[in-house]
Ligand binder design. Structure first.
Ligand SMILES: NC(=O)c1ccc[n+]([C@@H]2O[C@H](COP(=O)([O-])OP(=O)(O)OC[C@H]3O[C@@H](n4cnc5c(N)ncnc54)[C@H](OP(=O)(O)O)[C@@H]3O)[C@@H](O)[C@H]2O)c1
Length: 273
């Protein structure tokens, strides 16, 4: 499938996506971006893609196969309106939105009930090509369009699909907000390291590299995390002493379950607002 892409909103995530697409060999001539911020337009010029301050200018004469909405959630309705005005009756075949918490209904409210739309939930590590994106689509999205959406989002990391949009609140609570839980783990492990006598710099480095390395190891080994944990826990050893504290009364698992439940409930509230 040819890929004429128009991207509205060229901030952090938009730029990460375009960098990923260029690295995957998508021709810069087939990408157009729109963003009112001068810094964003400078970034577009540096990457060799055509940028415009207004969506209408980016869309004029472009015949996109897909329009990607990478504006902030509060800016989505306005950007969709400029999209429908620019398209003047000729709606783009596929619209993909990465706006957090904005349901498919928020897109079809502006584009029409029968529009082909994909809702995506990426996460922050997409900035370095290590994101986790979950996609869900309106019924009008054809198989080839799902493939296009998968291809474009896999330029910034792993991709999964869910059929039931209601699962997006759970997805947001696990992978969308998840990086913050891991950053908190790094902070807490750093503080704990300082408390047992390390200096701040060394404690920070040990905590950061250990979390990154353990995550990469869990991903590449393919073995269940519980099995990996058992393998590094020698009976009567140091790891066992620590895990006895963390797993007492299932403390850590319960706390995380509560946190994820709170995030999912908040996600539901926000998407119904
Ligand atoms: N960053 C993440 O890790 C992450 C993770 C998951 C989902 N997301 C989602 O990704 C989206 C983008 O996030 P971000 O961090 O990249 O935000 P961002 O850096 O603020 O980028 C959004 C850009 O869109 C521009 N914009 C506003 N209205 C526009 C319009 N009508 N047409 C074209 N451009 C317009 C903004 O310009 P102004 O600044 O001048 O308004 C800004 O430069 C958000 O909806 C967020 O929920 C982000």
């Amino acid at each position: 499938m040819k890929r004429n892409i128009v991207l509205l909103g060229f901030g952090n995530m938009g730029q990460a996506l375009v960098r990923g697409w260029l690295e995957r060999g998508i021709a810069p001539e087939s990408i157009r971006v729109a963003d009112p911020a001068p810094a964003a337009l400078d970034a577009a010029a540096k990457l060799g893609v055509r940028g415009a301050a207004a969506a209408t200018d980016a869309l004029r004469g472009s015949a996109p196969d897909i329009v990607v909405m990478a504006v902030k959630p509060g800016q989505l309705a306005g950007a969709l309106r400029s999209l429908t005005q620019a398209a003047a009756g000729g709606r783009p075949p596929l619209v993909l939105s990465i706006a957090a918490g904005k349901p498919i209904a928020a897109l079809t409210a502006e584009l029409g009930a029968d529009a082909a739309v994909v809702r995506a939930m990426p996460n922050t590590p997409a900035a370095i090509g290590r994101g986790m994106t979950v996609l869900t689509a309106s019924p009008q999205v054809a198989a080839a369009q799902r493939e296009l959406a998968t291809d474009l989002m896999s330029a910034v990391g792993a991709v999964e699909w869910v059929d039931d949009e209601a699962q997006m609140d759970a997805v947001t609570a696990v992978s969308g907000s998840g990086p913050a839980y891991v950053f908190l783990l790094i902070e807490a492990l750093t503080r704990a390291g300082v408390a047992v006598g390390l200096d701040e710099r060394l404690a920070t480095r040990l905590a950061t590299v250990t979390v990154a390395g353990a995550g990469a190891y869990a991903e590449s080994s393919g073995d269940p995390a519980a099995e990996l944990r058992r393998r590094v826990t020698s009976p009567g050893g140091t790891t066992e002493a620590a895990l006895r504290v963390l797993m007492d009364g299932d403390a850590m698992a319960k706390l995380l379950a509560e946190a994820v439940l709170a995030a999912a409930a908040r996600g539901r509230e926000l998407s119904e607002a």
